[in-house]
Design a protein around this ligand. Sequence first.
Ligand SMILES: O=C(O)CCC(=O)C(=O)O
Ligand SMILES: [Fe+2]
Length: 239
Amino acid sequence: MVRGECRCPYKYGKELVQPSPIPDWLEDVMLRWLQEFGFDRESLPNSVNLNLYEHAGHSVGWHADDEPLFQGKVQDARIISVSLGAPRRFRIGMRGLRRAKKMMPDKGTVSDVMLNHGDVCTMEGLFQKHFLHQLSRGKSTTPDPRVNATFRWIVEHAAPCPFHVPRSEDGSDASVVGSDALKAPRSAAKAKARLKQNGAGAVRVSGRCRVTGIGGSEGAQTKTLRPPNRGELQRESFQ
Ligand SMILES: O=C(O)CCC(=O)C(=O)O
Ligand SMILES: [Fe+2]
């Protein structure tokens, strides 16, 4: 769902989800949740996804929210998600090479946190460039519903949206949904070439994931997930 005149579709896995306007009641709820973090009606995020997980067997595999719409691989991007209902385990890890075409984290870099009812999880900075996340799959198919509302800012509007601006004169357009322009290298050779180009040891990994209980300054716990250091990488966080 999108705010105002925005009509950007959203590609979720293989599915292209057509946009619908955020209803007034949801905007009111967003404001109630997010004003604690300093947002007002004007500064609210301009898109939200609602995910329903009916039971523990419903999950999301390793991925990054790195769609061109949000530009999270090239600039500071904020993603805020609110969890409601059943607790579920959220895991993050550093983006590694793909295995069997699937995005996978590097070994030894994975950390996790339980997302409970009312928790707010933020992914900040260049998190989507350097890290992957997933919602773990459990075995049970007994009904135990969880709803997740993920708020993001669309900054590069996609082709069918009235806010879409073609980006370059050569006709390439990173904001078209499904563009390959910002994808990570798929092979070890390409990754190596990129390291060489950037200078090994000088790769900056920045970004942060935090989880905070909503509605309570009293006793609210904030947990910051920090995967362990990996030798050649220098890590920096936006604090
Ligand atoms: O349900 C969650 O907490 C995560 C959902 C997610 O990562 C996504 O929709 O991109
Ligand atoms: Fe995600």
